[in-house]
Design a protein around this ligand. Structure first.
Ligand code: NDP
Length: 270
């Protein structure tokens, strides 16, 4: 079914979304603050013109704060793909309800180059699914609460930021002795994959709050993190990341979890 869809924001991601909609044969109108054209689409001079032209408005602007003043009750259905906090998503959901606008809140777990491929997951929450999401990737519903997509987005990105920062710390440390990323990266990839397999068991431990272990205790990890932070300092690279992890694990140790598994660190975090 061909839909009239408007896309607000033609940045890296918004441009990819609009192109995917054109690829699916939809009738697409675009609006961008800095005027831009995209093959196969009509350009609106104002957001209002883009709302008039469409049954569905997809937004993909840099932040919630930039987006909020542009919204209007002339929108019929809003598919919000601008990143934000759960509270911002819930506030937009309330605004939509008060103004008779149908609302779907989504987050994109992909880079622009993956849009339109099955590898792109579109997490969404709120009232209901909208079928335009299928043009972008595989929609994954996370319940009625409009804030849930944003909460999952930030949680998953937190895993990514921690892992990526750990990798960059390792590359910098090894670089002080002339080891190249090309030499080291295959080891890191293999190790990360092996560690990922341990998450289901760790998750279960946090659920039952039973942390007996014959694998690796917090005590030994505190010693290891001390060595990593000291080595970073000795090799002349930034030690903020290993120091922060050392501090976190040490607080778990002080709370009585020295003999417990790494999962017990959650007792300090939550
Ligand atoms: P870009 O920086 O490439 O694009 C930002 C867009 O926001 C542009 O269209 C820009 O317009 C517009 N914009 C910025 N400030 C204003 C303003 N004051 N008024 C009106 N429009 C404004 O960002 P991305 O496309 O990468 O990201 C867009 C959203 O998608 C973000 O919320 C991001 O978190 C999310 N996202 C991005 C991913 C990615 O890999 N890129 C992955 C997953 C989510 P102008 O061209 O005029 O500057």
């Amino acid at each position: 079914e061909i839909k009239k869809v408007s896309v607000l924001g033609l940045g890296r991601m918004g441009g990819a979304l609009a192109a995917a909609l054109v690829g699916e044969g939809h009738d697409v109108t675009v609006w961008n603050r800095t005027p831009k054209t995209l093959p196969g689409t009509k350009s609106a001079a104002t957001p209002g013109e883009a709302f008039e032209a469409a049954d569905v408005v997809v937004t993909c602007l840099s932040t919630h704060d930039v987006q909020q003043p542009l919204l209007s009750k002339n929108i019929k259905t809003l598919v919000n793909l601008t990143s934000g906090t759960p509270e911002q998503a819930r506030a937009t959901a309330r605004w939509a309800q008060d103004n008779g606008v149908e609302y779907v809140d989504g987050v994109i777990m992909a880079v622009p180059q993956q849009i339109g491929t099955p590898g792109a997951k579109i997490l969404y929450s709120g009232q209901r699914e909208h079928h335009v999401l299928h043009a972008f990737g595989e929609p994954v519903h996370l319940g009625e609460d409009a804030g849930m997509a944003a909460l999952h987005d930030l949680a998953l990105l937190g895993v990514m930021w921690s892992a990526f920062a750990g990798y960059l710390q390792a590359v910098a440390l090894l670089g002080t002795e002339g080891v190249t990323p090309q030499q080291f990266t295959p080891m890191a990839v293999e190790f990360l994959n092996e560690m990922g397999v341990l998450l289901p068991e760790m998750g279960e431990e946090t659920r039952h709050r039973v942390y007996e272990t014959d694998v690796s205790a917090v005590d030994i990890n505190v010693s290891g993190l001390r060595m990593l932070a000291d080595t970073a300092a000795q090799q002349g690279v930034d030690a903020a990341l290993p120091e922060a992890l050392h501090d976190l694990f040490r607080r778990a140790q002080q709370k009585g979890h020295g003999a417990h598994s790494i999962a017990s660190v959650i007792e300090v975090i939550r």
